[in-house]
Design a protein around this ligand. Structure first.
Ligand code: SF4
Length: 331
């Protein structure tokens, strides 16, 4: 292992320990590791198991309803191992506006449009709202996409903070230390930095301990430790997540729907329902299969002139998917 990676490992552990301490202090709850079954969440899990006690963190898997059966099985295997070690694991079922369990197939007709790269309403409902008022540990890395560059290790989302705000590890450690000192001065002037105010309010805080890791750092660490990882990577997948995710490349989507054809049928059925719910779209697309072809960007490769997504939206989303573009007519 290189010196550089060893330094990153130490920084990641320092981050986890600080996040855990702050979570206990301000939320009186342990941190929650958001575990997707992908390689980044496996790295975080192993780092946490190495530097924290079993009761200092919980592990949560959000059921996206579009993960592959292989990923679902893998998550069950990992959870069985964690439970044996006394680590609390749970799965969250996404809930719709009506308070009932929801899934991707229900969301598509409800939102009257397919999820897209820009309008990732599915992420907002299926993943990002699963840790309200907690300190959530994420596997976000800066080298995953240009949008993720320019963030930092500690951040806040949700509540009154519609714009994501980020703080470095060093800054966070300093303001937490100052806050603790001020708590010891009964008559002292209490002034908290934004992050401390956020945490005292128990707003949603997000922490990305491997934010500075590269793809090869992740693989080097997993290989060095002999840790297991999702078997999907050995099937030729570079990215493991929801089947048909709009963020995946056209090539990956083709592979996913060839490997898991039932999901294609579910999407087509959901697009059929969407067309019934959206008469405007019905004028351009004749059936769910037409939408599916457009959606997986087949038009870019085979035909031209499919409907533009700009026909459907009127508002800009932010990179966290917190403010989504809405279909025309929806407020
Ligand atoms: S990862 Fe992709 S498909 Fe899954 S919820 Fe997020 S945007 Fe949607």
């Amino acid at each position: 292992m290189t010196e550089q990676l060893l330094a990153k490992i130490e920084k990641s552990k320092e981050t986890l320990k600080l996040a855990s301490e702050m979570s206990q202090h301000y939320y009186q709850e342990p941190i929650v590791i958001c575990y997707s079954g992908g390689k980044d969440s496996d790295v975080i899990l192993r780092l946490a198991m190495d530097c924290l006690e079993p009761d200092e963190f919980e592990v949560l898997h959000s059921i996206t309803t579009v993960d592959s059966p292989i990923t679902n099985r893998y998550v069950n295997e990992v959870f069985a191992e964690l439970k044996d070690k006394g680590i609390k694991c749970s799965k969250s079922i996404p809930v719709g506006k009506d308070g009932k369990p929801t899934n991707m197939w229900k969301l598509i007709p409800e939102k009257k449009m397919p999820p897209t790269r820009i309008v990732r309403y599915c992420c907002q409902v299926l993943k990002e709202t699963q840790t309200p008022n907690r300190v959530a540990i994420l596997g976000v890395r800066s080298d995953e996409s240009s949008k993720r560059k320019g963030r930092d290790i500690f951040g806040v989302r949700g509540g009154s903070y519609s714009e994501a705000t980020f703080f470095s590890l060093e800054h966070t450690a300093e303001v937490h230390r100052e806050a603790l000192e001020k708590e010891q001065e009964p008559n002292g002037t209490v002034w908290d930095c934004t992050l401390i105010k956020i945490m005292r309010n128990r707003d949603d805080t997000v922490v990305s301990p491997i934010y500075e890791w590269t793809d090869s750092d992740v693989w080097d660490y997993l290989t060095w430790g002999g840790w297991k990882y999702n078997p999907m990577y050995d099937m030729g997948y570079h990215r493991v997540g929801c089947i048909g995710c709009p963020l995946a490349t056209y090539k990956q989507k083709l592979k996913e729907f060839a490997d898991f054809p039932t999901y294609k049928q579910h999407y087509i059925k959901a697009f059929d329902e969407m067309l019934k719910a959206n008469p405007k779209a019905n004028g351009e697309w004749k059936c769910g299969e037409d939408v599916f072809k457009w959606w997986i960007e087949e038009s870019k490769h085979i035909t031209q002139g499919q409907m533009s997504i700009t026909d459907y939206m009127n508002e800009q989303t932010d990179e966290w998917g917190l403010i989504v573009r809405k279909p025309k007519g929806e407020t």
